[in-house]
Design a protein around this ligand. Structure first.
Ligand code: 1HE
Length: 272
């Protein structure tokens, strides 16, 4: 996996004490890297708690975040070594702790870009699906081995993954153990961008830097209103949209930006 650019500096204070993560910050972008490469970044209780803590306590100037994994894989999912020790009641609490952490990413303060490479499996795919954008390197592959392990997704996967790739594809992955390669994941809508190996982090950081320049209320609306509207009836969705639109356009940031365009000081829409 690629190194963070040199203009990023290590986080301080509470974030620096999270030993299963490496958190670095530059201007408006915070990069959170899973740091359990010897266990393929498998998520144990400590790591899920640290992800939750980090997501709540991002540096104040953060406007967008990138999450990636150290070593040859993004994330091997749930740490299976901890699974057998849990009672049924503890299992529910465990699943809820993942929900709390990943909800904090999806419905937190800033948009999240996940940079994926190698194995993105089980809970690793659940983590990736909580992000707002996904950048894949060609080495990435996606699996839901829960079916083979005799368990079920517990980190929000059943709610989030079908919204990306549909119930039918997720059913196939869980019943048959089908693994999607990077091209298949891109075609299925699992990822937004597909880049060569070694290019993922640069792409993810560049996207985050761009996202960070948006008006905060626009990013808020995309993160918080868009997925909720998608869950509503069309009539209710349109009503909520009208409220969100008027809140966003009433903000000074919107007025300033529209004025800049009308006075020829803002960029035009361009083909990339
Ligand atoms: C692990 C885990 C893990 C690796 N829990 N220890 N997830 C899975 O079913 C995926 C299981 N893992 C794998 O299939 C492979 O490890 C990988 C394809 C991800 C990587 O293969 P490889 O050859 O690079 O590594 P490895 O030799 O298999 O693993 C290296 C070490 O990581 C080894 O430990 P070691 O002490 O023997 O060195 C592995 O045991 C350890 N390791 N993956 C614990 N997952 C909220 S519910 C979510 C439900 C799920 O996520 S279920 C899916 C679980």
């Amino acid at each position: 996996m690629n190194a963070t650019p040199t203009n990023f500096t290590p986080a301080t204070g509470l974030l620096a004490t999270l030993d299963l993560l490496r958190i670095e910050h530059s201007e408006a972008v915070t990069h959170l890297r899973l740091m359990r490469p010897a266990k393929r970044n498998a998520i144990n209780d400590a790591l899920i708690a640290q992800i939750h803590t980090a997501a709540i306590h991002l540096p104040g100037s953060t406007k967008a975040m990138v999450i990636s994994g150290e070593g040859a894989h993004f994330c091997a999912g749930l740490d299976l070594a901890e699974l057998s020790e849990r009672s049924v009641a503890e299992g529910v609490q465990h699943s809820r702790s993942w929900h709390a952490a990943f909800d904090q990413l999806q419905f937190g303060r800033v948009p999240v870009v996940a940079v994926l490479h190698g194995a993105v499996v089980g809970g690793g795919l659940e983590l990736a699906s909580a992000a707002h954008l996904r950048v894949a390197e060609r080495s990435a592959y996606y699996g839901l081995p829960e079916g083979q392990r005799g368990i079920f997704v517990g980190g929000g996967g059943s709610a989030r993954i079908p919204r990306l790739i549909g119930v039918a594809r997720m059913t196939d992955m869980m019943l048959t153990g089908r693994v999607l390669d990077a091209d298949e994941g891109q075609a299925a809508g699992l990822t937004n961008y597909l880049v060569d190996d070694g290019q993922g982090l640069a792409k993810g950081l560049a996207l985050a830097a761009k996202i960070a320049t948006n008006a905060p209320l626009s990013n808020f609306a995309v993160m918080h209103a868009l997925p909720r509207i998608a869950d509503l009836s069309q009539s209710d969705g349109l009503f909520v949209e009208s409220l969100m639109a008027s809140i966003a356009q009433g903000d000074e940031a919107a007025k300033t930006r529209v004025r800049a365009f009308l006075e020829g000081r803002a960029g035009k829409v361009q083909k990339s």
